[in-house]
Write a new protein. Structure first.
Length: 357
Protein backbone atom coordinates (compact mmCIF):
# COMPACT_ATOMS: atom_id res chain seq x y z
CA UNK A 1 0.00 0.00 0.00
CA UNK A 2 1.20 3.53 -0.79
CA UNK A 3 1.94 5.20 2.54
CA UNK A 4 0.42 8.47 1.24
CA UNK A 5 -2.97 6.81 1.32
CA UNK A 6 -5.14 6.60 4.40
CA UNK A 7 -5.26 3.04 5.73
CA UNK A 8 -8.49 1.14 5.54
CA UNK A 9 -9.42 -0.15 9.02
CA UNK A 10 -9.85 -3.88 9.39
CA UNK A 11 -12.42 -5.42 11.65
CA UNK A 12 -10.78 -7.59 14.34
CA UNK A 13 -13.37 -10.25 13.65
CA UNK A 14 -12.81 -10.04 9.90
CA UNK A 15 -9.06 -9.86 9.60
CA UNK A 16 -7.01 -10.09 6.45
CA UNK A 17 -6.71 -13.86 6.06
CA UNK A 18 -9.91 -14.96 7.76
CA UNK A 19 -8.20 -17.87 9.54
CA UNK A 20 -10.77 -20.51 10.33
CA UNK A 21 -11.42 -21.19 13.96
CA UNK A 22 -9.73 -17.99 15.14
CA UNK A 23 -11.51 -15.41 17.24
CA UNK A 24 -11.21 -11.64 17.37
CA UNK A 25 -8.67 -11.71 20.20
CA UNK A 26 -5.45 -9.73 20.10
CA UNK A 27 -2.43 -11.07 21.97
CA UNK A 28 -0.20 -8.48 23.66
CA UNK A 29 3.28 -9.47 24.80
CA UNK A 30 4.75 -7.43 27.63
CA UNK A 31 1.25 -6.76 28.88
CA UNK A 32 2.32 -5.63 32.34
CA UNK A 33 5.07 -3.36 31.03
CA UNK A 34 4.83 0.41 30.72
CA UNK A 35 3.75 0.64 27.07
CA UNK A 36 2.10 -2.79 26.92
CA UNK A 37 -0.31 -1.86 29.70
CA UNK A 38 -1.41 1.30 27.88
CA UNK A 39 -1.85 -0.65 24.64
CA UNK A 40 -4.15 -2.99 26.53
CA UNK A 41 -6.09 -0.02 27.90
CA UNK A 42 -6.56 1.34 24.37
CA UNK A 43 -7.67 -2.02 22.99
CA UNK A 44 -10.20 -2.47 25.78
CA UNK A 45 -11.54 1.05 25.19
CA UNK A 46 -12.32 -0.01 21.61
CA UNK A 47 -14.08 -3.19 22.78
CA UNK A 48 -11.39 -5.42 21.30
CA UNK A 49 -10.88 -8.73 23.10
CA UNK A 50 -7.42 -8.92 24.67
CA UNK A 51 -5.23 -11.78 25.79
CA UNK A 52 -1.96 -10.71 27.37
CA UNK A 53 1.21 -12.38 28.57
CA UNK A 54 2.60 -11.70 32.00
CA UNK A 55 5.54 -13.23 33.83
CA UNK A 56 3.93 -13.23 37.29
CA UNK A 57 0.58 -12.60 38.97
CA UNK A 58 1.36 -8.91 39.56
CA UNK A 59 -0.51 -6.33 37.50
CA UNK A 60 0.42 -2.71 36.68
CA UNK A 61 -0.92 -0.31 39.32
CA UNK A 62 -1.08 2.58 36.83
CA UNK A 63 -3.94 1.06 34.81
CA UNK A 64 -7.42 0.83 36.32
CA UNK A 65 -8.53 -2.51 37.73
CA UNK A 66 -11.73 -2.36 35.67
CA UNK A 67 -9.62 -2.45 32.49
CA UNK A 68 -7.28 -5.20 33.66
CA UNK A 69 -10.22 -7.41 34.68
CA UNK A 70 -11.34 -7.52 31.05
CA UNK A 71 -8.06 -9.10 29.95
CA UNK A 72 -7.43 -12.82 29.61
CA UNK A 73 -4.05 -13.19 31.29
CA UNK A 74 -1.56 -15.93 30.43
CA UNK A 75 1.46 -16.53 32.65
CA UNK A 76 4.39 -17.04 30.31
CA UNK A 77 7.14 -15.00 28.64
CA UNK A 78 8.73 -14.54 25.23
CA UNK A 79 11.45 -17.10 25.98
CA UNK A 80 8.83 -19.82 26.56
CA UNK A 81 8.28 -21.25 23.08
CA UNK A 82 5.53 -23.65 24.15
CA UNK A 83 3.78 -20.96 26.16
CA UNK A 84 3.85 -18.56 23.21
CA UNK A 85 2.34 -21.15 20.90
CA UNK A 86 -0.49 -21.81 23.35
CA UNK A 87 -1.07 -18.11 23.95
CA UNK A 88 -1.52 -17.40 20.24
CA UNK A 89 -4.12 -20.09 19.70
CA UNK A 90 -7.46 -18.41 19.16
CA UNK A 91 -5.91 -15.01 18.36
CA UNK A 92 -5.94 -13.23 15.03
CA UNK A 93 -3.30 -10.59 15.82
CA UNK A 94 -0.25 -9.93 17.94
CA UNK A 95 1.16 -6.68 19.30
CA UNK A 96 4.70 -7.47 20.39
CA UNK A 97 5.60 -4.95 23.11
CA UNK A 98 7.80 -7.07 25.38
CA UNK A 99 11.34 -5.72 25.68
CA UNK A 100 13.99 -4.67 28.16
CA UNK A 101 14.98 -1.00 28.01
CA UNK A 102 18.27 -0.30 29.74
CA UNK A 103 21.54 1.59 29.37
CA UNK A 104 23.27 -0.46 32.07
CA UNK A 105 25.98 -2.95 31.12
CA UNK A 106 24.67 -5.42 33.70
CA UNK A 107 21.49 -5.84 31.62
CA UNK A 108 23.27 -6.66 28.34
CA UNK A 109 22.68 -10.41 28.44
CA UNK A 110 19.03 -10.01 29.44
CA UNK A 111 18.48 -7.63 26.53
CA UNK A 112 20.10 -10.10 24.14
CA UNK A 113 17.73 -12.81 25.34
CA UNK A 114 14.46 -10.88 25.58
CA UNK A 115 14.86 -8.33 22.79
CA UNK A 116 16.42 -10.58 20.14
CA UNK A 117 15.73 -14.21 21.05
CA UNK A 118 12.32 -13.31 22.44
CA UNK A 119 11.33 -11.48 19.26
CA UNK A 120 12.54 -14.42 17.18
CA UNK A 121 10.30 -16.71 19.22
CA UNK A 122 7.28 -14.44 18.87
CA UNK A 123 7.77 -14.10 15.10
CA UNK A 124 8.14 -17.86 14.65
CA UNK A 125 5.06 -18.58 16.75
CA UNK A 126 3.06 -16.01 14.79
CA UNK A 127 4.01 -17.63 11.49
CA UNK A 128 3.23 -21.13 12.77
CA UNK A 129 -0.16 -20.01 14.09
CA UNK A 130 -1.12 -18.15 10.90
CA UNK A 131 -1.47 -14.84 12.71
CA UNK A 132 -3.15 -12.34 10.39
CA UNK A 133 -1.71 -9.11 11.78
CA UNK A 134 1.57 -8.38 13.55
CA UNK A 135 2.62 -5.07 15.13
CA UNK A 136 6.16 -4.89 16.44
CA UNK A 137 7.05 -2.18 18.94
CA UNK A 138 10.63 -1.25 18.22
CA UNK A 139 12.40 2.03 19.03
CA UNK A 140 14.06 4.93 17.25
CA UNK A 141 17.22 3.51 18.80
CA UNK A 142 17.00 0.72 16.21
CA UNK A 143 17.52 3.30 13.47
CA UNK A 144 20.90 4.26 14.88
CA UNK A 145 22.24 7.71 15.60
CA UNK A 146 25.50 9.60 15.22
CA UNK A 147 27.20 12.39 17.16
CA UNK A 148 26.38 14.98 14.49
CA UNK A 149 23.15 16.99 14.37
CA UNK A 150 20.69 15.11 12.22
CA UNK A 151 17.02 14.64 11.42
CA UNK A 152 16.23 10.94 11.24
CA UNK A 153 13.42 9.45 9.17
CA UNK A 154 12.30 5.91 8.46
CA UNK A 155 14.73 5.65 5.53
CA UNK A 156 17.86 5.89 7.69
CA UNK A 157 20.22 2.97 7.35
CA UNK A 158 21.64 1.32 10.45
CA UNK A 159 25.15 2.49 11.30
CA UNK A 160 27.06 1.05 14.21
CA UNK A 161 29.84 3.01 15.89
CA UNK A 162 31.76 3.03 19.16
CA UNK A 163 28.88 4.84 20.90
CA UNK A 164 26.13 2.45 19.80
CA UNK A 165 24.27 1.33 22.89
CA UNK A 166 23.57 -2.31 23.60
CA UNK A 167 19.88 -1.47 23.76
CA UNK A 168 19.98 0.00 20.24
CA UNK A 169 21.94 -2.98 18.97
CA UNK A 170 19.46 -5.51 20.36
CA UNK A 171 16.45 -3.59 19.04
CA UNK A 172 18.03 -3.41 15.59
CA UNK A 173 18.63 -7.16 15.55
CA UNK A 174 15.10 -7.73 16.83
CA UNK A 175 13.81 -5.79 13.84
CA UNK A 176 15.78 -8.07 11.52
CA UNK A 177 13.77 -10.98 12.92
CA UNK A 178 10.53 -9.12 12.14
CA UNK A 179 11.61 -8.24 8.59
CA UNK A 180 12.47 -11.91 8.15
CA UNK A 181 8.95 -12.74 9.35
CA UNK A 182 7.48 -10.35 6.79
CA UNK A 183 9.47 -12.10 4.06
CA UNK A 184 7.98 -15.39 5.25
CA UNK A 185 4.40 -14.15 5.00
CA UNK A 186 3.63 -12.15 8.15
CA UNK A 187 1.41 -9.13 7.58
CA UNK A 188 2.25 -6.15 9.75
CA UNK A 189 4.28 -3.08 10.61
CA UNK A 190 7.18 -1.93 12.78
CA UNK A 191 6.71 1.09 15.02
CA UNK A 192 9.66 3.15 16.23
CA UNK A 193 8.64 5.35 19.16
CA UNK A 194 11.07 7.91 20.53
CA UNK A 195 11.60 8.20 24.30
CA UNK A 196 8.22 7.45 25.86
CA UNK A 197 6.87 9.69 28.63
CA UNK A 198 3.97 9.11 30.99
CA UNK A 199 2.76 7.73 34.29
CA UNK A 200 4.08 4.29 35.15
CA UNK A 201 6.56 2.53 37.39
CA UNK A 202 9.24 5.18 37.75
CA UNK A 203 11.80 2.63 38.88
CA UNK A 204 12.06 1.28 35.33
CA UNK A 205 12.67 2.42 31.73
CA UNK A 206 12.05 6.02 30.67
CA UNK A 207 9.72 6.59 33.63
CA UNK A 208 12.91 6.92 35.71
CA UNK A 209 13.34 10.38 34.19
CA UNK A 210 10.44 11.53 36.35
CA UNK A 211 11.90 9.92 39.44
CA UNK A 212 15.23 11.63 38.85
CA UNK A 213 13.49 14.99 38.46
CA UNK A 214 11.48 14.37 41.63
CA UNK A 215 14.69 13.65 43.54
CA UNK A 216 16.22 16.92 42.33
CA UNK A 217 18.68 15.54 39.77
CA UNK A 218 21.05 18.51 39.21
CA UNK A 219 22.56 17.74 35.79
CA UNK A 220 21.29 18.85 32.38
CA UNK A 221 22.63 18.72 28.84
CA UNK A 222 21.92 20.58 25.63
CA UNK A 223 21.56 17.32 23.73
CA UNK A 224 18.42 16.91 21.62
CA UNK A 225 16.14 13.89 21.54
CA UNK A 226 12.64 12.93 20.49
CA UNK A 227 9.89 12.41 23.08
CA UNK A 228 6.31 11.13 22.91
CA UNK A 229 3.46 10.37 25.31
CA UNK A 230 2.75 6.74 26.15
CA UNK A 231 -0.96 7.09 25.37
CA UNK A 232 -0.09 8.45 21.91
CA UNK A 233 2.13 5.44 21.21
CA UNK A 234 -0.59 3.05 22.39
CA UNK A 235 -3.18 4.75 20.19
CA UNK A 236 -0.88 4.65 17.16
CA UNK A 237 -0.17 0.96 17.76
CA UNK A 238 -3.87 0.06 17.77
CA UNK A 239 -4.59 2.32 14.78
CA UNK A 240 -1.88 0.48 12.86
CA UNK A 241 -3.18 -2.87 14.05
CA UNK A 242 -6.53 -2.03 12.46
CA UNK A 243 -5.01 -0.79 9.20
CA UNK A 244 -4.04 -2.78 6.13
CA UNK A 245 -0.57 -1.26 5.84
CA UNK A 246 2.12 -3.90 5.75
CA UNK A 247 5.91 -4.21 5.62
CA UNK A 248 6.42 -0.57 6.61
CA UNK A 249 8.00 1.17 9.59
CA UNK A 250 6.83 4.37 11.26
CA UNK A 251 8.51 6.73 13.69
CA UNK A 252 6.23 7.82 16.54
CA UNK A 253 7.50 11.12 17.91
CA UNK A 254 5.63 14.09 19.33
CA UNK A 255 8.44 16.65 19.43
CA UNK A 256 12.20 17.12 19.58
CA UNK A 257 13.43 18.83 22.76
CA UNK A 258 16.71 19.43 24.49
CA UNK A 259 17.17 17.36 27.63
CA UNK A 260 17.50 20.65 29.48
CA UNK A 261 14.01 21.71 28.43
CA UNK A 262 12.58 18.30 29.31
CA UNK A 263 14.12 18.17 32.78
CA UNK A 264 13.14 21.77 33.52
CA UNK A 265 9.50 21.01 32.74
CA UNK A 266 9.62 17.90 34.93
CA UNK A 267 11.23 19.78 37.82
CA UNK A 268 8.64 22.53 37.61
CA UNK A 269 5.87 19.93 37.47
CA UNK A 270 7.08 18.59 40.82
CA UNK A 271 7.81 22.01 42.28
CA UNK A 272 11.51 21.16 42.46
CA UNK A 273 14.63 23.16 41.70
CA UNK A 274 15.48 23.00 38.01
CA UNK A 275 18.79 21.36 36.99
CA UNK A 276 21.68 23.77 37.35
CA UNK A 277 24.83 21.80 36.46
CA UNK A 278 25.58 21.63 32.75
CA UNK A 279 26.94 18.23 31.78
CA UNK A 280 29.46 19.07 29.09
CA UNK A 281 30.97 16.01 27.39
CA UNK A 282 33.95 16.10 29.78
CA UNK A 283 31.84 16.68 32.89
CA UNK A 284 29.38 14.04 31.70
CA UNK A 285 32.20 11.49 31.60
CA UNK A 286 33.15 12.44 35.15
CA UNK A 287 29.54 12.45 36.37
CA UNK A 288 28.66 8.92 35.25
CA UNK A 289 31.88 7.56 36.76
CA UNK A 290 31.12 9.25 40.08
CA UNK A 291 27.57 7.88 39.97
CA UNK A 292 28.90 4.38 39.40
CA UNK A 293 31.39 4.70 42.23
CA UNK A 294 28.72 5.99 44.60
CA UNK A 295 26.41 3.07 43.89
CA UNK A 296 29.17 0.56 44.51
CA UNK A 297 28.80 1.53 48.16
CA UNK A 298 25.10 2.46 48.37
CA UNK A 299 23.62 -0.14 46.03
CA UNK A 300 20.79 0.52 43.63
CA UNK A 301 20.95 1.65 40.02
CA UNK A 302 23.07 4.65 38.99
CA UNK A 303 21.18 7.61 37.55
CA UNK A 304 23.88 8.00 34.91
CA UNK A 305 25.82 5.47 32.84
CA UNK A 306 28.31 5.86 30.01
CA UNK A 307 25.63 5.02 27.45
CA UNK A 308 22.91 7.29 28.86
CA UNK A 309 25.42 10.14 29.13
CA UNK A 310 26.32 9.79 25.47
CA UNK A 311 22.66 9.73 24.42
CA UNK A 312 22.07 12.90 26.46
CA UNK A 313 24.88 14.66 24.58
CA UNK A 314 23.80 13.61 21.07
CA UNK A 315 21.68 16.01 19.05
CA UNK A 316 19.21 13.82 17.22
CA UNK A 317 15.78 14.82 15.93
CA UNK A 318 13.13 12.52 14.51
CA UNK A 319 10.75 13.20 11.63
CA UNK A 320 7.16 12.16 12.45
CA UNK A 321 5.68 12.99 9.05
CA UNK A 322 5.21 9.46 7.69
CA UNK A 323 2.79 8.39 10.43
CA UNK A 324 0.75 11.58 10.12
CA UNK A 325 0.44 11.02 6.35
CA UNK A 326 -1.17 7.61 6.72
CA UNK A 327 -3.18 8.54 9.84
CA UNK A 328 -4.38 12.07 8.96
CA UNK A 329 -6.76 12.23 11.93
CA UNK A 330 -4.02 11.33 14.40
CA UNK A 331 -2.80 14.14 16.66
CA UNK A 332 -0.05 14.14 19.25
CA UNK A 333 -0.64 15.47 22.74
CA UNK A 334 1.71 18.37 23.59
CA UNK A 335 4.69 17.31 25.69
CA UNK A 336 3.98 20.12 28.15
CA UNK A 337 0.56 18.69 29.04
CA UNK A 338 1.89 15.10 29.13
CA UNK A 339 4.59 16.07 31.63
CA UNK A 340 2.24 18.16 33.79
CA UNK A 341 -0.36 15.39 33.96
CA UNK A 342 2.27 12.74 34.67
CA UNK A 343 3.89 14.75 37.48
CA UNK A 344 0.49 15.13 39.16
CA UNK A 345 -0.14 11.39 38.95
CA UNK A 346 3.32 10.51 40.27
CA UNK A 347 2.89 12.83 43.24
CA UNK A 348 -0.50 11.28 43.98
CA UNK A 349 0.96 7.75 43.72
CA UNK A 350 3.75 8.67 46.15
CA UNK A 351 1.25 10.10 48.64
CA UNK A 352 -0.84 6.92 48.41
CA UNK A 353 2.21 4.71 48.84
CA UNK A 354 1.76 3.08 45.42
CA UNK A 355 5.37 3.92 44.56
CA UNK A 356 8.32 4.74 46.77
CA UNK A 357 10.31 7.92 46.39
Amino acid sequence: MNTNEQPTPLSPAGSANQNSGQSSKVLVTGGTGFLGAYIIENLVSRNIEVRAIRRSSSLPFFISASVLQKVEWVESDVLDVVGLDEAMQGCYAVIHAAAIVSFHAADSQAMEQVNIEGTRNVVNAAIENNIDRFVHISSVAALGRTTSDEMISETKSWEENKNTTQYARTKHHAELEVWRGFSEGLNGVILNPSTILGFGNWHTSSCALFKNAYKGFPWYSEGINGFVGVEDVARAAVDMLLSDITEKRFIINSDNWTFRKLLEHMAKGFGKKTPHLKATPMLGELAWRLEGLKHLFTGGTPLLTRESTWVAQAKTSFNNGALLQVLPSFQYNPLESIIKKSCEKYQEAVSKGEISA
